[in-house]
Write a new protein. Structure first.
Length: 186
């Protein structure tokens, strides 16, 4: 059961397994409260479970809309009521929907903004800004800890080259790292 608050159309709400009247009075647990609230809550919970299973993020402001992130700072927004889909990047969603995205729905654009607000850009890792010729001590997910030389590879961008392996700066198996040469401030 979800820890988030669910408010039924009647104003009754379910929070942490308990049912409350619109004025905030506790009426009992989800197993003993008014039936209409429980039916609506059950439908809501079933939809939330199905969305999680399918990797969907559902809009709080517009419940007929869901979004699916595409992993490259873009999102697909779907209006379930008409089965229409729009695509947005983070940058495009931040702009006025009537300027660049004139063919897109303002609601879909606001859902994209809501999605991006709920999924902020992660902070860059220090090794992602490595410069050519620097030496880095990197730890990888498999427990490896070694010194790597950062090199600029023509077609592959920045890479780390070690005695036993080599991988790109964006390799997701790096769990920690620090530059060891040149030293910070040198």
């Amino acid at each position: 059961m979800s820890d988030t608050r669910f408010t039924a159309t009647t104003g009754w709400y379910v929070e942490k397994g308990c049912i409350y009247s619109p004025d905030g009075l506790l009426w009992g647990t989800a197993a003993s409260g008014p039936g209409g609230v429980l039916i609506e809550y059950g439908a809501h919970q079933a939809q939330a479970d199905r969305d999680a299973e399918l990797g969907r993020w559902r809009s709080v402001e517009h419940p007929d809309y869901f979004a699916v992130g595409e992993g490259d700072d873009s999102v697909r927004v779907c209006d379930e009521s008409v089965l229409k889909v729009w695509g947005f990047t983070r940058k495009d969603a931040a702009e006025d929907p009537n300027a660049y995205w004139a063919i897109n729905s303002e609601v879909a654009c606001s859902v994209a903004r809501e999605y991006f607000a709920a999924h902020p850009v992660p902070e860059p890792k220090p090794w992602e800004d490595a410069g050519s010729g620097e030496l880095w001590s990197l730890m990888t997910a498999d427990g490896g800890d070694a010194v790597y030389l950062a090199i600029l590879a023509d077609d592959f961008g920045m890479e780390f080259v070690g005695l036993k392996d080599r991988f790109s700066v964006g390799y997701t198996g790096i769990t920690a790292g620090r530059r060891i040469w040149p030293e910070a401030g040198a």
